[in-house]
Ligand binder design. Structure first.
Ligand SMILES: NC(=O)c1ccc[n+]([C@@H]2O[C@H](COP(=O)([O-])OP(=O)(O)OC[C@H]3O[C@@H](n4cnc5c(N)ncnc54)[C@H](O)[C@@H]3O)[C@@H](O)[C@H]2O)c1
Length: 223
C-alpha cells in the first residue's frame, strides 16, 4: 500500500522564499552585472575600431563622392612624361585629379610639383599602385568616385618592345583590360586612351589620321 500520508506530512517548501531572495540585493550579483556591462562596452569599442581600420570602412573624402559641377579624372601613369602634363592641364581647368602610378618609370618629383601648385583639398591625390594588381585596382575604384579615366600607364620604348614583348603585352594589353573591367564594374563610362603614333612608323603623308596605314612593327600593333 502506498503511503500518501507520509508525503503530506512533510513540511511544504516556503513559496515566498524565491521572492525574498530576489529582493535581497546580492553584492556579488551586482558586480557580475557590472562586469558584463563593461565587457559589452569593451567589445563594442573594439568592433568600432576594427571597422574603422578595415579597408572597406573609410571616412568619405572629396575624392570618394561625386560632386555636382566637378569632374573627377583618374590619370593612370600621371607621374610620367605625358601623364604629368595632362594632369597639370586638368588641374588648371578645375578638374579633380587622382594620379595612380607605380613609379617604375615616372618621377615622384613631378607629382610633388603638382601638389605644391594645387594644395587645396579635393584637387589632387596621388596613389602609389601597380595596375597589374587586381586587388589594388579594385580598391582604387571602390574608394573613389571617378567620372573619367585617362590611361597613360604603360611601357613605351620601341626597342624594348621588340626585345621583351611579353612585358609589353602584360603592362599594356592585360593591365588595360583590368582598368576597363573595374571601370565597367563601377559605372565609369569615359576613357581616353593614350596610344602611340609610333605604330604608324614614318608615314609618307602628314598629318597622321585614323586612315593612315599602320607600320609593320607587329608588337606595337598587337599590344
Ligand atoms: N612620349 C610621347 O611622346 C608619347 C606620345 C603619344 C603617346 N604616348 C603614350 O602615352 C603613354 C605614356 O607615355 P610617356 O611617354 O608619358 O611614358 P612614361 O614612361 O613617362 O610614363 C608612363 C608612366 O606610367 C607608369 N606606369 C607604368 N606601368 C605602370 C603600372 N603597371 N602601374 C602603374 N603605373 C605604371 C610609369 O611609372 C610612368 O610614370 C604611353 O602609352 C605612350 O605610348 C607617348
Amino acid at each position: 500500500m502506498l503511503n500518501f500520508a507520509r508525503g503530506r506530512s512533510q513540511a511544504r517548501p516556503n513559496r515566498s522564499m524565491p521572492i525574498a531572495v530576489m529582493e535581497y540585493a546580492d553584492p556579488k550579483r551586482k558586480s557580475n552585472m557590472f562586469g558584463k556591462l563593461l565587457m559589452a562596452a569593451a567589445l563594442t569599442a573594439l568592433c568600432i575600431i576594427m571597422l574603422k581600420l578595415s579597408p572597406s570602412f573609410s571616412t568619405p573624402t572629396h575624392f570618394s563622392r561625386h560632386e555636382k559641377g566637378v569632374t573627377h579624372v583618374l590619370v593612370t601613369g600621371g607621374a610620367g612624361y605625358i601623364g604629368s602634363h595632362a594632369a597639370l592641364r586638368l588641374l588648371k581647368e578645375s578638374y579633380r585629379v587622382t594620379i595612380v602610378d607605380n613609379l617604375s618609370r615616372g618621377n615622384i618629383g613631378a607629382v610633388k610639383v603638382l601638389q605644391e601648385l594645387f594644395p587645396e583639398p579635393g584637387k589632387l591625390q596621388f596613389i602609389y599602385a601597380d595596375l597589374g594588381d587586381p586587388n589594388a585596382v579594385d580598391k582604387i575604384f571602390s574608394e573613389n568616385a571617378f567620372d573619367a579615366v585617362i590611361h597613360f600607364a604603360a611601357v613605351a620604348y620601341v626597342g624594348e618592345s621588340t626585345t621583351d614583348p611579353l612585358k609589353y603585352y602584360h603592362n599594356i594589353t592585360s593591365n588595360t583590360l583590368m582598368v576597363l573591367k573595374s571601370m565597367a564594374a563601377h559605372g565609369v563610362g569615359t576613357l581616353i586612351y593614350s596610344s602611340t603614333c609610333a605604330t604608324y612608323g614614318e608615314p609618307e603623308k602628314m598629318p597622321i589620321t585614323e586612315e593612315t596605314p599602320q607600320a609593320s612593327c607587329k608588337t606595337w600593333i598587337n599590344a
